[in-house]
Write a protein that binds this ligand. Structure first.
Ligand SMILES: [Zn+2]
Length: 176
């Protein structure tokens, strides 16, 4: 196996990136736009910039960076509002409710047992899911507003730059 192929595999494993989103050139990673909405969402749920996949999307737990230092995308313009908590509630409801009902049906434990089991579990899973949900929603917003246009533009003109967002030179994207 060639070294370049191994580097690509490691990058895909540890950066959880879309297979078409990065490539290797002389040992350096080149950050590219995702080719599909799922590629953008995959990057966003992993906490990486949905546009380039090279840098972190969040500077704190739920606070996104103002602007991507690698691709220049302005993340101040994306406000996911209450949609991420709705997603987390929906997912947790489908995990917790069957567990609660099953435990009550089979064991009939006292109420304090339910409290001891389910309240911490809801808190832990909620904290674990909220950032990926927010990243995924921000990625979807970006894709619907700009990403799909940029992807089709890139497909028709691989050397072209986006008119709406300043495109960094290839040297700015290398090695990120
Ligand atoms: Zn970026």
């Amino acid at each position: 196996m060639m070294v370049a192929e191994m580097v690509t595999m490691v990058d895909m494993l540890f950066h959880r990136d879309h297979p078409n989103a990065t490539s290797v050139d002389d040992g350096n990673l080149i950050c590219l736009r995702p080719s599909s909405v799922m590629g953008a969402i995959w990057r966003g749920t992993g906490g990486r910039c949905p546009r380039c996949g090279c840098t972190r999307l969040f500077k704190r737990f739920l606070k996104p960076v103002s602007r991507c230092v690698a691709c220049g995308e302005d993340w101040n313009a994306r406000s996911s509002d209450d949609f991420p908590p709705y997603i987390v509630i929906l997912v947790l409801g489908h995990i917790i409710a069957p567990g609660m009902i099953g435990l009550e049906t089979m064991v009939h434990p006292p109420l304090w047992v339910h409290l001891v089991i389910w309240l911490p579990l809801v808190a832990i899973l909620g904290a674990a899911f909220i950032q990926p949900a927010k990243g995924g929603v921000m990625a979807l917003q970006w894709w619907l507003a700009d990403g799909s246009d940029q992807a089709s533009e890139a497909a028709h003109n691989p050397e072209g730059a986006s008119a709406s967002t300043p495109e960094p030179s290839s040297s700015e994207l290398r090695g990120c």
